[in-house]
Design a protein around this ligand. Structure first.
Ligand SMILES: NC(=O)c1ccc[n+]([C@@H]2O[C@H](COP(=O)([O-])OP(=O)(O)OC[C@H]3O[C@@H](n4cnc5c(N)ncnc54)[C@H](OP(=O)(O)O)[C@@H]3O)[C@@H](O)[C@H]2O)c1
Length: 289
């Protein structure tokens, strides 16, 4: 019997690539999309059943878990991938924007996870893969709410990995570096940004290429993370920029690292930093936009 995985937020990007990876490897997949117009996104792939889910609607999670179980009669793994991106100086981001960021990236993810845990606990097996971000390891400027939401996802994953080990449930946090996906075309940007911030924002975005790894880089890592039965490695770094940051922190030490990262973030990376931390998109560029 084929194994079954549930993946949220699969209309594009990392979620879509993850659906393609698992179905190509012989898994049955329950894929979610948020918009009715996207229900056809996996048409032609006989291993995929596509269901509607807006993770902001916490009340829908239990019914969704039931429908997901009914789709193929079992669920072996859950990938909490759905996410959105709020950007801009924190001072200029409204509390509504900050709450919205946490609603999708944290509270929605928690509601979906809670809906599947009774099944995983009863069957004494299951893998939960939460898509966090490199920004949980290193907060980038003008990304504070997003970074904080992804840090919540990473530490939540670490706590759950301890809490659920006795039930045979494995929990992982994937920490992707920058990937070229549609998330950057749907940014919930701060609207009224004080003039004082404009120069810093211009240098940051001047320094940050809007390129990145192919979504398949992270989809392949999610596949390996689900197959690995050992619970010990919770954080999994994907993409050259993500893999390099923890290493750079260790090599440089906190003070030198802070200064090097700060200079790099405003477009003045030292030769040393460039050697230690490859730019996102330093692999061959593949866009999904
Ligand atoms: N791209 C990167 O550089 C990067 C780096 C680190 C982490 N990540 C994380 O990777 C995950 C996937 O993002 P992506 O880059 O692949 O972007 P993407 O192509 O925009 O995919 C995000 C998916 O999540 C869905 N989604 C957003 N809000 C939702 C909600 N309230 N309920 C249900 N689904 C919702 C989107 O649906 P719609 O199509 O309807 O908007 C879309 O299908 C996110 O958690 C993101 O934070 C991305």
């Amino acid at each position: 019997m084929s194994k079954v995985i549930v993946v949220t937020g699969t209309a594009s990007g990392l979620g879509k690539a993850t659906v393609e990876k698992f179905s190509a490897e012989g898994w049955d997949v329950v894929a979610t999309v948020r918009k009715e117009a996207d229900l056809k996104v996996h048409d032609g792939n006989p291993r995929v059943r596509t269901l509607l889910l807006d993770v902001d609607d916490e009340g829908a999670a239990a019914g969704f878990a039931e429908a997901a179980l009914a789709a193929f009669g079992r669920v072996d793994a859950l990938v909490n991938n759905a996410g959105s991106y709020q950007m801009g100086p924190l001072e200029a981001s409204t509390m509504e924007q900050v709450h919205g960021q946490f609603q999708t990236n944290v509270f929605g993810l928690i509601a979906v996870t809670k809906a599947f845990l009774p099944t995983f606990r009863a069957q004494r097996s299951g893998v939960v893969v939460n898509i966090s971000s490199l920004t949980a390891e290193q907060g980038y400027p003008y990304n504070a709410a997003y970074a904080a939401s992804k840090a919540a996802v990473a530490t939540l994953s670490e706590a759950l990995s301890m809490e659920l080990a006795e039930f045979g449930i494995v929990v992982r946090a994937i920490m992707p570096g920058q990937h070229a996906t549609r998330i950057f075309t749907k940014i919930d940007a701060a609207a009224e940004v004080p003039e004082d911030y404009q120069a810093g924002i211009a240098s940051f975005f001047g320094a940050t290429p809007m390129t990145g790894s192919s979504p398949s880089v992270t989809a392949d890592a999610v596949y390996r993370a689900v197959l690995d039965p050992a619970p010990e490695q919770v954080r999994v770094y994907t993409g050259p920029d993500s893999e390099a940051i923890p290493h750079a922190k260790r090599i440089l030490g906190p003070q030198e690292y802070w200064r090097e990262f700060r200079e790099a973030a405003v477009g003045r990376p030292s030769a040393l930093f460039r050697t230690l931390v490859p730019a996102p998109g330093s692999e061959p560029l593949q866009r999904d936009v």
